[in-house]
Design a protein around this ligand. Structure first.
Ligand code: GLC
Ligand code: CA
Length: 540
């Protein structure tokens, strides 16, 4: 089985504002990223990253930190310009790193020229590019709620009509029932693909099209214990997201991106921020003519518990089938960093190591959120330094490169968000320490690349282990008589803070979070220390 590049790749998410500042203004930028690419790939000590996804870099009033775009075909001056983007892409490609940009098609900024026109009069040619409902100030068009709180509608006095905003009022939703909007967004895809982007992470992709009649959403009755309230909401977004018609919109995006594939260049990739109404629908988006990849948010939502993680994995394996390819993510720019989530009720660092082995050893494409590879914590941002309207600053703080000024992120007097504890947690310190989180990530990524079982092997749950351990098989069957490439691994993760035994066959430890055990011949049963994770080769 030959995997596509995006199936065997390890992705790394960069929050451009916080990764590396090249000009000392306290804000990360594109030249800063270019200057640090060796960290990711191309050098002997690199992490081994194959692709990066950049959070939005477009011009924006930054009400939602770039998710309110005012020009889809430009670069925000804080981050540089198009020439800086071109340099970044060519330097990344030289190191074998692909570049995905963030596409925010669901809504624009209220400062985007399209919305300024649309809002100007009822007869403006762009009026119907957004979702307007004429009415009076005292009567909302329906009961839909903004993800950020309050009603999803804002009344506009000038034309006496409401417009829809699923996020901030400064982020009006585009109307994908209008073919001109679809065509305009296709042009945006063409713009970035033409400049060499390897694809897009597509924001709010499941919500792009709304019910034609804008019917009320039902009030949610059942609640899923794995999903915290902020992801669940009081309503079931039946009519505002995950509509059947959304698949046509996505197919249109895919046709555009496929038209850029060529023999000379690998496939361009569409990666969705997929929040379907139900997890069961996720695979519906991952079809040969729709998205290549979609985020699976189960691990961002699940508490640290072997049983919950196992259920998430098995549900994914079962519903995905042969066509859909899984992804695994522990953190991103919208959630508290996982090391801090896990610290709430125990040993965060050790648990984050176990979780790292898990995402790198599962079947599917792993995503690393910048800084998790060094164990960056959620940062407590004081009230007067808060920047995000809904409190997500703590996971968006500057990358911690060294113990020097601003953690080596910037030479500025003050950075746009405060830095975390870079004196104790930073890249330089961990680079040559075999016990560090960084060394663990590096070893995991190397091992993953060398092992066909880890990249393309099948997944099978291991039955009969202790309930607080997560154990699974990864296997390749050789087609040939001389089965040199066949490999059978058992991945054993101890979620408990005390030792456990697992009834595996004897084998050789390829990797352990207790690094001294690498290379050990482990007899049966396998002994795991507290919070230990092991990848065991049990031969055939
Ligand atoms: C996505 C982004 C989030 C943003 C929202 C609105 O959920 O990840 O950061 O606020 O969309 O665009
Ligand atoms: Ca800068």
């Amino acid at each position: 089985m030959a995997l596509k590049w995006w199936q065997s790749a390890v992705f790394y998410q960069i929050y451009p504002r916080s990764w590396a500042d090249s000009n000392g203004d306290g804000i990360g930028d594109l030249d800063g990223i270019t200057a640090h690419l060796d960290y990711l790939n191309g050098g002997p000590d690199s992490l081994g990253i194959d692709a990066i996804w950049l959070n939005p870099i477009n011009p924006s009033p930054l009400k939602d930190w770039g998710y309110d775009v005012s020009d889809y075909c430009g670069v925000h001056p804080d981050y540089g310009d198009l020439a800086a983007f071109d340099r970044l892409v060519s330097e990344a490609h030289r190191r074998g790193i692909r570049v995905l940009v963030d596409l925010v098609p669901n809504h624009t900024s209220d400062q985007h020229p399209w919305f300024i026109e649309s809002r100007s009069s009822k007869t403006n040619p762009k009026r119907d590019w957004y979702i307007w409902v004429p009415g009076t100030r005292d009567k909302l068009p329906n009961n839909w709620l903004s993800t950020f709180g309050g009603p999803a509608w804002k009344f506009d006095e000038r034309t006496e009509a409401w417009y829809l905003h699923i996020f901030l009022a400064e982020q009006p939703d585009l109307n994908y029932r209008n073919p001109e909007v679809v065509e305009a967004m296709h042009d945006v895809l063409r713009f970035w693909l033409g400049r060499g982007a390897d694809g897009f992470r597509i924001d709010v992709v499941a919500g792009l099209i709304k019910d034609a009649q804008l019917r009320d959403n039902p009030i949610r009755t059942a609640s899923d214990p794995d999903i915290p309230w902020y992801a669940q909401g009081s309503q079931d977004p039946l009519y505002s997201t995950d509509r059947p018609e959304v698949h046509d919109i996505i197919r249109g995006f895919r046709r555009v991106s496929d038209s850029y594939d060529s023999r000379a260049r690998d496939e361009r990739v569409l990666l969705g921020e997929t929040w379907p109404r139900s997890q069961e629908h996720l695979a519906d988006y991952l079809r040969p003519d729709e998205l290549h990849l979609g985020f699976n948010f189960r691990f961002l939502l699940a508490r640290y518990d072997a049983g919950r993680f196992r259920a998430a994995i098995e549900q994914t394996e079962k519903s995905f089938g042969a066509n859909a390819w899984p992804t695994w993510t522990l953190s991103n720019h919208d959630f508290m960093r996982h090391i801090s989530r896990y610290s709430r009720d125990g040993d965060g660092e050790a648990r984050a190591r176990v979780a790292a082995v898990m995402i790198m050893a599962l079947r599917g494409t792993p995503f690393v959120y910048y800084g998790e590879e060094i164990g960056m914590r959620e940062v407590k941002v004081p009230g007067d330094r808060k920047r995000d309207p809904v409190g997500r600053d703590g996971c968006r703080t500057p990358m911690q490169w060294s113990d020097s000024r601003n953690g080596g992120f910037s030479g500025a007097a003050e950075t746009w968000l405060p830095c975390g504890d870079f004196k104790s947690i930073n890249v330089a310190k961990q680079m040559n320490d075999p016990h560090s989180m960084l060394s663990l990530y590096r070893r995991l990524i190397r091992l993953r690349k060398e092992s066909t079982a880890l990249t393309e092997g099948s997944y099978r749950s291991f039955d009969g282990g202790p309930g607080d351990c997560l154990v699974f098989h990864r296997e390749t069957e050789s087609q040939h008589l001389h089965a040199t490439e066949s490999q059978h691994l058992i991945v054993a993760l101890n979620f408990a803070a005390t030792p456990r035994k697992i009834d595996t066959p004897a084998g050789k430890i390829l990797l352990s979070t207790t690094i001294e055990r690498a290379g050990e011949s482990a007899g049966a049963p396998l002994k795991l220390g507290a919070n230990e994770a092991v990848i065991l080769d049990v031969g055939r």
